[in-house]
Design a protein around this ligand. Structure first.
Ligand SMILES: Nc1ncnc2c1ncn2[C@@H]1O[C@H](COP(=O)(O)OP(=O)(O)O)[C@@H](O)[C@H]1O
Ligand SMILES: [Mg+2]
Length: 290
């Protein structure tokens, strides 16, 4: 599986260009799309899912032009849209049967497959209840299950962890890890920790552009040597923030522990250099651009 996206631009209207000259090569494994709201993540995912067309540029899946031949990706695609909607009167089992029929998935194995999927997203016990009575996290899990119905080779999950509690997140991570062997999995989030624990590769987006695409540890390396901590008096925090980009603050005794970004050698006196995380690197890489 190889998805090659070249110079894709998406202009919604005269005022709004959501993607500008976007190019990325995606191989099998888990790619995390990280970026603030409005960066263009959902737009890119819709174009890959062929429910939106690029204004310019090309997308090839294994050498096949999927703008001209959308069926080439549709038949191997699982997609969880950000605004995934359910039919409240159906129960989970009926809903998956309905989606299966629309996707042309059927046959003798279907019941078993639905049972396995419901188990995989931990909904077996609630499978006979109308979805309208589900919590947000449960609806999200049924959304994850429907994306997997056709045994997809390209999986797109737009903000999949929204509404999931920590335990559900762990389950989701496990599910993805099991699937990642043979598929392209693309997931988006504006929350760094969601991407951090799941994705091998990370693509950071801002303002419709790709800032960087690399293995996660290479992205973290970019911020190496530029992340510091120091203890400050409460009264000094305001002026410190005007000088440095502050990542995080935490109360410590009667002072404040500040984590911040500085170029090497320009850090404040009495600071300690600390090991960068993906969150640090994300803020470091996006700091000058927005
Ligand atoms: N159908 C649309 N018409 C006009 N503008 C849109 C449409 N969909 C999205 N946008 C705009 O395009 C930009 C990117 O949106 P989106 O792809 O949803 O970003 P993200 O998923 O990263 O939050 C935003 O400024 C958004 O308001
Ligand atoms: Mg979005």
């Amino acid at each position: 599986m190889a998805l090659t996206i070249t110079n894709v631009t998406k202009q919604y209207n005269a005022q709004k260009t959501a993607l500008t000259n976007y190019s990325i090569d995606i191989d099998k494994g888990v790619l995390g799309l990280l970026g603030p709201n409005g960066a263009g993540k959902s737009t890119l995912m819709k174009i890959i899912a062929t429910i939106s067309k690029p204004s310019e540029g090309t997308l090839f899946l294994n050498g096949i032009d999927i703008v001209r031949n959308p069926d080439a990706i549709r038949k191997v695609l699982g997609y969880l849209p950000q605004d995934f909607g359910v039919y409240p009167n159906l129960n989970a089992y009926e809903f998956l049967e309905y989606i299966a029929a629309m996707k042309g998935v059927g046959g003798k194995g279907l019941r078993r497959r639905i049972d396995l999927l419901l188990e995989g997203v931990n909904l077996s016990a609630d499978a006979k209840r109308p979805i309208g009575s589900y919590s947000g996290g449960m609806k999200q899990r049924i959304g994850i299950a429907q994306a997997l119905l056709n045994d997809p080779q390209v999986l797109i999950f737009d903000e999949p962890t929204v509404g999931l509690d920590p335990e559900e997140r762990m389950r989701f991570r496990q599910l993805i890890a099991d699937l990642a062997q043979n598929c392209i999995i693309i997931l988006s989030s504006h929350i760094v920790s969601d991407i951090e624990t799941i994705a091998d590769q990370v693509a950071i987006m801002q303002d419709g552009k790709l800032l960087i695409h690399a293995p996660q540890h290479d992205i973290i390396k970019q911020a190496d040597g530029c992340i510091f901590e120091l203890l400050l008096d409460n009264s000094k925090l305001g002026s410190f923030k005007q000088q440095y980009k502050v990542i995080d603050t935490a109360r410590q005794a009667d002072q404040i522990r500040v984590r911040y970004i500085s170029s090497k050698g320009k850090e404040a006196p009495s600071s300690t250099q600390v090991t960068a995380t993906l969150e640090d690197a994300y803020l470091f890489l996006t700091q000058d651009n927005g």
